[in-house]
Structure formats: structure tokens, C-alpha cells
Ligand binder design. Structure first.
Ligand code: GLT
Ligand code: MN
Length: 405
């Protein structure tokens, strides 16, 4: 039995959530069969309750609520009741509800971006039904991950039309939220590829661009949940920049977290597992510690396939919590460290060192901006005086992460 560092676990558990699919995952991959016992949704909810995790997110398809395999909507009722009872008993609440728009053969050439209006209609219907279900379960978010909306053969779908089709569906979903007076908000989850050769909503930037296509009243209802390190990391993108962009844009709905080696398939390793996770994960924790203290962190990953024992799932939950606690502790301590503070000083300041406010008096601002007329000389003097000290900071990051600061 591992003696987990419970102080670390306790320091973060209240802000966490787990995708139910993390725990239902039995370890099957495209090359090999399941290695862990088959679990039902209730088993997963009970484990989270037992360990004190306050939230879980539900996929319609994982919890017996996939409208595409049920005869009608009425057939969902009894199952909703069963799940609610289990959630209540376990003291776990639903954080996010998500319609599976990627499993059924129906959406093999796209869901809301399909060229076939009948498919688009069914996908939209499923999206709206997910909003109803989220409301029913008291969830805060509905995530749309359009994992089958993409291409191997770009001749099939006009890429401009594809994005217009997303915007059409999102506008209707937003109007529906407003009409119903739902408390639920919508979150887009980007991913660059897998299962499609290329997925349209590829990156955090793509998702923001799509939100920007919506009318202002709809934009307020939609955020983005990045999956870090996995989804941005698969494309070799910088996860710290992705989270920074979302926070600056006020669009970070919540975080999906896990471990990933850059430029590989979607590994969904537990947080901090993998040879190149440490620094990227630290920087994510730094962004959360500094700017997103209330952000819910949802683990979207699964136990390693090497772990087949009865306690594999419990261990998975605990190591993720402990690793998050560790990284948050590291991030907070780094921010407080005198050597770091000494180097960074006022590094986070904004503006241009000009007294006039450009938003209030642009002329005065421009006058000051143009006052320094000694061009080349000033370039040289400012450049010589500037001392960003990146190397010194990297040394401190390394010393801190490896316990010598
Ligand atoms: C799927 C995917 C995840 C998404 C889920 C929510 S579906 O499991 O791998 O990254 O978050 O739509
Ligand atoms: Mn995810």
C-alpha cells in the first residue's frame, strides 16, 4: 500500500473532478485487449465518493444515456433516476455533461459539419439534449468535443462551410440555453487530430476563433476547456501559452489535465507521467496558481495499461491528486521565493511607461510616445540596459523543481 502524501491530496481535492470515462477505461488500446475488470458508471461514482473527490463528468454514452441507441427520450428517465441516486449517496456532483459525437458510425464523416443535413440535424439534437441532461443533473458545463469533425480528404467538406456549420450549431445551442434559462454553460474542447486525420477545432486558438464568429450575446455563454498536456502537446504546441491565452481572453471554462509526451498520439497518461512532462506541467500550475485560483481541474486521462490490479483505479485517482497537489505547492512556493521575486520584480507590468492614458487621450499619449526622437541612440542604450535574465530564471526553475532551491 502506497503512503500517499495526504497533505498534498487535501490541498487540491476540493477543486478537482474526474471524467467518468477515466475510471471506466479498462486499458484496451488499438493493439491489445482490456487488462482491468469491466466497471459500471456506479462503480466509478462510488470510488470517487469514497476518496472524497467532489465532482465527476459524464459522457452520455458511458452512463446508459446515449439517445442514439435508445428507442426514445422517455427511455432515459429510469436511468437518470438511478444515476442521481448513486450520485447523491456518494456525495459527488456532476461537473460537466457531454454528448458523444464521435462513436456512432452515423458521424463517421462529421457530426454538425457533415455534408448531410440529416446527420447535422441529429447531431444538433444530441447537443441540445445534452444541455437538458446537464440541467437535469445540475451540471455547470456541457462540453462539445467534435472529435469526428475533421478530414482525411479535404475535397469532401469545404473548410469555410465547416466552420460556418459549427457556428450555426453553436448559435442555436446558445439561443436554447437562453430560452430555457439554463444555468449551464457551453465549453469547446479542442484537439488537433485523432481520431480524424485533422480535426477542425484543432487548438485553443481555433476554439477562440470560432467563438469570435458568434454574436456578442452568444460569446458570453461559451468557453474553452483545453486538455493539457495532451491535446496541445500532441501538436508540439506550448501548453503554458495556451492556458495564458484563455485566461487573458476570459475564456478558460475549466481544465482537462493529464500527461503527454509531445508530438505523440493522445497518451492520456496520469498527470506528471512521462519523461518530458515536468516543466510544462509546472508552468501550467504556475498559471493556475497566479491567475485561476478557482479553476476546476478535471483529470482527463486513464490508468497506465501496465496497471491491471484491483487497486489500479484507486491508485490512479490518488496519484493524480497527489501530483497536482505537488505541482501547485511548487508553483506557489516559486512565486514566493525571494530570488525569483528579486529577478522578476515588476515583470508583469503592462502599459508603455507613458503617463497619458491612450484610451482617454490618444493625442497626449502619442505626443509622449514620439517625444523620444533620438532613435538609434536610444535603441542602443535601452538594449544595453535591458536585462531579462532568462537563464538565471531557468536555473531557479530547475533548482526548485529538483529540490535544491
Ligand atoms: C473523449 C476525449 C476527451 C474529451 C471527452 C469529452 S470525450 O473521451 O478523449 O478528451 O474531453 O467530450
Ligand atoms: Mn478531454
Amino acid at each position: 500500500m502506497v503512503a500517499y502524501k495526504m497533505d498534498l491530496v487535501k490541498s487540491v481535492i476540493g477543486r478537482t473532478s474526474f471524467g467518468i470515462w477515466d475510471l471506466l477505461n479498462a486499458g484496451a488500446d488499438p493493439f491489445g485487449a482490456a487488462v482491468r475488470a469491466k466497471w459500471e458508471a456506479e462503480d466509478a461514482i462510488r470510488l470517487l465518493g469514497k476518496l472524497g473527490v467532489p465532482r465527476v463528468s459524464l459522457h452520455d454514452i458511458d452512463v446508459g444515456l446515449d439517445p442514439w441507441v435508445l428507442p426514445n427520450e422517455g427511455a432515459m428517465r429510469p436511468r437518470v433516476g438511478e444515476l442521481k441516486a448513486c450520485l447523491k449517496e456518494s456525495g459527488v456532483r456532476v461537473w460537466m455533461y457531454t454528448p458523444c459525437l464521435f462513436h456512432n458510425p452515423l458521424v463517421r464523416a462529421g457530426s454538425v459539419t457533415s455534408n448531410d443535413a440529416r446527420v447535422r440535424r441529429m447531431a444538433l439534437r444530441k447537443m441540445l439534449l445534452a444541455l437538458d441532461m446537464a440541467e437535469e443533473f445540475g451540471a455547470s458545463w456541457v462540453t462539445f468535443w467534435w472529435g469526428r469533425d475533421g478530414a482525411e480528404v479535404d475535397a469532401l467538406i469545404d473548410s469555410r462551410v465547416a466552420f460556418e456549420r459549427f457556428a450555426d450549431a453553436l448559435r442555436i445551442a446558445c439561443a436554447y440555453v437562453r430560452k430555457r434559462g439554463c444555468k449551464v454553460r457551453i465549453s469547446i474542447e479542442p484537439k488537433p487530430n485523432e481520431p480524424r486525420g485533422d480535426i477542425y477545432t484543432a487548438t485553443v486558438g481555433t476554439a477562440l476563433g470560432l467563438i469570435g464568429m458568434l454574436p456578442a450575446e452568444d460569446r458570453d455563454l461559451v468557453g474553452v476547456n483545453p486538455e493539457l498536456l495532451q491535446h496541445e502537446g500532441m501538436a508540439g504546441l506550448n501548453c503554458y501559452h495556451a492556458i495564458g491565452l484563455l485566461i487573458a481572453a476570459g475564456k478558460l471554462s475549466f481544465l482537462h489535465l493529464g500527461g503527454q509526451t509531445p508530438l505523440r498520439y493522445d497518451q492520456d497518461h496520469p498527470f506528471l507521467v512521462g519523461n518530458s512532462c515536468l516543466k510544462s506541467s509546472f508552468y501550467i500550475a504556475l498559471a493556475v496558481a497566479k491567475h485561476a485560483p478557482d479553476c476546476v481541474v478535471e483529470f482527463d486521462c486513464h490508468p497506465l495499461r501496465t496497471e491491471a490490479g484491483d487497486d489500479a483505479r484507486e491508485e490512479f485517482v490518488m496519484v493524480n491528486l497527489e501530483a497536482l497537489g505537488l505541482m501547485m505547492e511548487k508553483a506557489q512556493a516559486f512565486l514566493k521565493h525571494p530570488q525569483v521575486k528579486e529577478i522578476l520584480g515588476e515583470a508583469d507590468s503592462r502599459g508603455f511607461g507613458i503617463a497619458a492614458d491612450p484610451d482617454k487621450n490618444l493625442d497626449a499619449f502619442l505626443k509622449e510616445l514620439r517625444a523620444e526622437t533620438d532613435y538609434a541612440e536610444r535603441v542602443n542604450s535601452v538594449s544595453a540596459a535591458a536585462n531579462p535574465r532568462a537563464q538565471a530564471l531557468d536555473r531557479l526553475v530547475n533548482m526548485h523543481l529538483l529540490g535544491r532551491l
